[in-house]
Design a protein around this ligand. Structure first.
Ligand code: KG4
Ligand code: ZN
Length: 333
């Protein structure tokens, strides 16, 4: 007790998980490859593919978890933030499923769930901790005081870190989403081959729009001299871009850790799958005496396992919602 079914459909992953008494026993993720052809997520297409994926993903998750739908105690779902049409598919499914089986509903904030993914497996961070949440849509430093008591102490003023990766990839003519590909090519490159300027933003906030423009101009200028510049230097460009983004992210995180005098440090969100960021953070365990928490790969990018664990915590405190609930494209903590 309790057995919770969780649904995630905020962007381009249809994901369904089962949480059995605090343990994730299934985490099915149906990727939508259709967006690769367009260089970004097409919202209308995402909604249509969620609609096709959701029923098979639920059946598969229940089969993997060896749970009959009559054994479920609640249905958790992502309420927002995300693409409205995509969220609508998950929210509508969760509501009808709960209505048919007479189950309580649990609404989860996607960004909080990325952070709560740290409570899926041991070791878990101790409160209060700082979490750098870096995804395709967000870049935030969050002060996490309790499961649902979180405060954003720094965030991007424009593009997210994931966008900086994806837009660089687009400039390099790599398919969407480019973040994982930049990571892959970076492993064979020299991170100090090219230098890019660090944005000069006060306090704990970030900015990545100028960084993206700097890369665009850099590539354009080098290509004027050598049309084969990208092909001949792909690994070095990727390694240098990744090194710069990781430095920008970690410099503010170090500043926040000092300001709040906290050594419990976590990362979350799709970009936390990045090997450069994971390695740099691991080094800080030694150099700064941080206790570092890095999620398992399958819980970094969008997944319903994180929605399920957030739903479990809400179940324990009896935080349910009614059938009148609707999705929210923009949603604060
Ligand atoms: O959290 P997420 O799956 O979806 C959002 O909520 O946005 O994050 C997706 C983002 C994309 O920008 C993707 O390129 C980036 O995470 N990403 C990576 C890596 N894996 C995913 N960025 C850099 N390196 C990676 N290994
Ligand atoms: Zn996400």
């Amino acid at each position: 007790m309790p057995v919770i079914l969780a649904i995630e459909s905020s962007c381009d992953e249809t994901s369904v998980a089962v949480c059995n008494n605090g343990k994730i026993t299934a985490n099915v993720i149906a990727n939508q490859t259709i967006h690769e052809n367009y260089g970004g997520v097409i919202p209308e297409l995402a909604s249509r593919v969620h609609q096709q994926n959701i029923v098979p993903a639920v059946q598969q998750a229940l089969a993997i978890a060896k749970v009959n739908k009559n054994e479920l105690n609640a249905v958790a779902f992502t309420r927002g933030p995300g693409l409205l049409g995509a969220l609508l598919v998950g929210v509508s499914f969760a509501k009808s499923f709960a209505l048919a089986l007479d189950l309580p509903l649990i609404a989860v904030n996607h960004m909080q769930a990325h952070i709560l993914a740290h409570f899926i497996d041991e070791p878990t961070p101790k409160f209060p901790f700082l979490c750098l949440t870096v995804s395709g849509g967000h870049t935030q430093i969050v002060l996490v005081k309790d499961y649902f008591d979180m405060e954003i102490v720094g965030e991007t003023l424009d593009d997210a870190a994931g966008e900086a990766f994806d837009k660089t990839a687009k400039i390099l003519s790599l398919p969407y989403p480019g973040g994982p590909l930049i990571d892959k090519y970076a492993q064979q490159g020299n991170p100090l081959a090219f230098k890019f300027p660090e944005p000069q933003i006060q306090g704990l906030n970030y900015s990545f729009s100028g960084f993206k423009t700097a890369i665009l101009y850099f590539i354009r200028d080098r290509q004027k001299e050598n049309p084969q510049f990208i092909e001949q230097n792909l690994a070095d460009i990727c390694a240098s871009v990744q090194y710069s983004i990781v430095n920008i992210l970690l410099n503010k995180l170090k500043k926040a850790a000092k300001q709040y005098d906290i050594k419990e440090i976590a990362i979350a969100g799709g970009v936390s799958a990045n090997s450069g960021l994971r390695n740099a953070l691991t080094e800080m365990k030694e150099s700064l005496g941080w206790n570092v928490y890095i999620p398992a790969f399958q819980y970094c990018t969008d997944n319903a396992g994180m929605i399920a664990i957030a739903g479990y915590q809400k179940f324990l405190v009896g935080e349910f919602v009614g059938q009148d609930i609707s999705p929210m494209a923009r949603m604060n903590f």
